[in-house]
Design a protein. Structure first.
Length: 154
């Protein structure tokens, strides 16, 4: 997997906090979804119009309940509004939909730090204070971070 366009991280939650957002079953229940032949595309929801911040082609790491659950690629150029939410179509590049997500590894193992943006907005990874503390130039910077993440994903 090519992580060269990874720039963003976003925490996602379900309205029902006891459920996981964007599981295979939940995605299949959504409108405007493709989930066949190894391709999964779905509308990723944002609460605010900052949904337009990630540019087309950008990669976003999705976390929930302190777990890394998806790496997605933004497919469209601009968000659309539906039912008071802003949406972007994304294609899943990495996930483990068949695993019990409660048993997934803590996101800090994947990232080498605990990002902690819990507001549902997309954040630039390099701007996170805990990223800077762990992956400053002496620790290799953003390219080494992406290689570290890739190694942990595979």
């Amino acid at each position: 997997m090519d992580l060269s366009l990874l720039k963003w991280i976003k925490c996602v939650t379900d309205d029902d906090k006891t459920k996981w957002a964007y599981t295979r079953q939940r995605i299949r229940e959504m409108d405007n979804v493709i989930d066949e032949n190894g391709v999964t595309i779905f509308p990723l929801g944002f609460k605010h119009n900052n949904a337009d911040d990630p540019k087309q082609g950008s990669l976003i790491a999705l976390t929930q309940r302190a777990k890394l659950t998806h790496i997605v690629e933004v497919l469209d150029q601009k968000s659309y509004d539906k039912d008071g939410w802003f949406h972007r179509f994304v294609r899943v590049l990495w996930w483990n939909p068949e695993l019990e997500w409660d048993n997934l590894t803590h996101r800090s193992v994947y990232f080498g730090f605990d990002p902690w943006p819990m507001d549902g907005n997309p954040h630039i990874i390099e701007n996170l204070p805990k990223y800077k503390n762990r992956w400053n130039q002496e620790a290799g910077g953003f390219e080494d971070f992406k290689q570290y993440l890739l190694k942990n994903l595979t």
